[in-house]
Design a protein around this ligand. Sequence first.
Ligand code: IPT
Length: 931
Amino acid sequence: MRRLAVVLALLGSLVVATPVSAEPRHEVTYDKYSLMVDDERVMLWSGEFHYFRLPSPELWRDVLEKIRAAGFTGVSLYFHWGYHSPSPGVYDFTGVRDVDRLLRMADDLGLYVVARPGPYINAETSGGGFPAWLKTVPGRARSGDPGYKAAYTEWLSRLNPIIARHQVSRGGPVIAYNVENEYAVNVDPAYMQDLQDQARAAGIDVPIVHNNCCHGDLANWSSGPGAVQIPGVDDYPQSFECGNPDAWGPWGEGVTRRLRDDAPVYAAEYQAGAIDLEDAGYDKCRDLTGPSFMKVFYKNNAISSGATMFGYYMTFGGTSWGWLPQPNDVYTSYDYGSAITESRQLTAKYDEFKRQGYFMTAVAPLTKTDAAAPPVPADPVVLARARANPDTGTQFVLVRQADLAGTADVSTTLDWATPDGRYRVPVRVAGRDAKVLVAGYDLGGQRLAWSSSEVLTHVEVSGRDVAVLYGRDGEQGSTVLRYDSEPTVRVLDGRVGSSYEHGDLRLDYTHTGLARVLVTGGGRRPLLLMLGTDETAADFWRQDTAAGPVLVRGTSLVRSAEVTGDRLVLRADTDRAGEVEVFAPVRHLTVGGRPVVVRRTAGGSLVGSLPGPEPVRLPELTGWQYRAEAPGQGESGWTAADKTTTASPIKPKTLPVLYADEYGHHNGNVWYRGRFTATGAEKTVTVNAITGRRGIYLVWLNGRYLGSAAGGTESDAEPVNPDPGRGDFAVPGGLLADGQQATLTVLVENMGHNDDWTADDVRHKQPRGLFGVVVEGSTAPLSWQIRGSRPVDGERGPMNTGGLYGERAGWHLPGSGGWRRPPGALTPGVSWYRTTFELDLPRGHDVSLGLRFEDTTARDYRVLIFVNGWNMGQYLNGAGPQREFVLPTGVLREHNTLTFAVISTGAARGDPGEVSLMTLGNHRTGAAPGR
Ligand code: IPT
């Protein structure tokens, strides 16, 4: 297969797909310009989505529909090994882990998929996607070591067949297969090759890609052993310092490099948000990576690099629910400041994606361009770069400020040799703005000579072209269209000047609101040209139907459109009452199953109005009940912790090895109990525990609370910290008596596992749990037992629960008994609280809810939030920025049980602070997502 591929590559265009089944199938090929499906070029404009961060398959469809509606042609999907595998040999692909269903959905919605199965994915998730049991496997992870190879072979042997049957070549959506992830340091080419060989052996025949992390000399897999067909590049020019949202490209210009001459340029991960490294809150991350950044960096990248494959990371970030977070970089929310918020709301960034995505995918000549000589701006403050399609001659000119961070508002002219002649084109470039202008473009049945406005999109409706151009509110714009003879120009709306000379129809206007011009005659079919602003352009939705693409203006989201006879049937949402206008070959309109009264406009569209949503009423959370979890409560489930060796390169301070993973406990809290014979002379108990950032542990001696300490964190510093997470606890006088048995009880939180970005095991195999215990003043041996999670929850999966007694006993599940009135005070240790509530939400609405914690006191407690048994995150009172938690529909039902496991490190008056439900979004939604 590989040899054949190499031979064909020499022929210029590489055939990689062999049809294998009876399904409708297509051939995926590529050349230096783009991917092609059945010889048709593809603009792979994709957004990253993590199914594992949304434990509600019905909502996968919601998010994928939103991604599709913004003009994306694809999604980039990581697959999370640890999410599917609680222990070696055990894999689950059902329910919220049903990736076959996910791929079917993508296919239904007409989205291509870049499948990214790792085995390592990074992604700020526990272990970078590795199952924690891998920490106990000898052999360096991300290398060809046999232990690791056996482990990942197991994962790929389960996942590859699923991906394979959903390839484009078999009639499915998967158009590319991403091996490894930013595999840049400590690399092993044989391993990289084996991943590809395994994929090929499993029937993966689409192009294999990789995402290179960094500019510079690190491995990028463009040549040599282990090379992939399409090497891509990850770019995060804005960094992750959300505390400074005015930053502008601290990590460079972010232009995706060409890594191979025979493959398209691939922006594998392009920054579309940020992790919140500074605890600034994700709204700041959204500002850092907002529309201005998107305009300048995305357009600059597209035109400078000529990339035709893009993966915007993240488009919807979601929730690191349960024990999914990798604790050193993130907390529960993985909102990421994305275009679609964690609560699935569309933001100003979504609008910008729509403006750019509609353009990138509507103007086909963009899929094949070479760098071209740019027109020269009269004012050097403005910089122009150009590309041209070698077949059509269509030109794409980027205009931005020469100083990328420049803030001047500059008006100048371009001396532009377009395919239709030489023109002086007026342009205006505000600070931190950029435009892609088009010249020499066959826009439907029209000839666009050039425009200083940007193209949003265009469709053909009943034999006429309908096009939308836009520019910043208040900016001047000009558009020149070519005609055989003078056409008739009717300005239907707004102020637009027109003149005709030598075949050029020139329109001049100021962008404001939405102007409409109807052009007829002139030897071409009619054109309805709409000239909008950033805002009014974003009101448009484009949807494909069997009768061709249609445009809709208004609503908060158009999910799908169908033309049946002379009726357009929309599935659309509204977040307020307002107008809806459709540009489609129909006379009637149905939205959300209801006919809408419409009138026809002078421009030929239909206009009607739609109701907004009904108000949402939420119940108060009252009637709390309580259960206490005593330290080390319960006699069953303990096992001896007596190992003396570990596969981890990090060896313990004292023996036995007390690492939780060594005993099969990979998530959440772990109880330990150490017994020894006392002398009465014990002075201090010194404990070392490793938890990951923000983790804690609590210590009791003979049932007496000694205190708590912060657990150790990441271990990639050299030398590795020999004394991590240390706490020294004084033994109270008189507590221990000579010859009597003493019991040390310790609760250690595991906040999640480190990633393995460095591929060196030191970071990834850093243990969790107790690292060393010394009782000063005693020489008696300690005999240890451990009790942790039981991965028995088939529905919610292995990462939902840890080893609290209440979790093992099912207190977090609806319907458990034994609850009583709360005592009115928090005691150190674990307390459980529970209440129930009913939701009576308006029918036919998509309401997104969250849970908000009000406590502002410095009381030191943390809360594991269980909603109907699902662990929806951890609230840290007085630490970390997150106090609102998104609760997805699906996890939320009509009747709900809300349960808190509260871990308090000190005595405090009162229950945990006030908690309430909140509405994060309310849309009347056209129709149930269906299927
Ligand atoms: C790159 C990873 O590939 C991705 O998984 C995720 O971690 C992302 O960035 C950050 O959110 S890591 C790169 C920035 C060095």
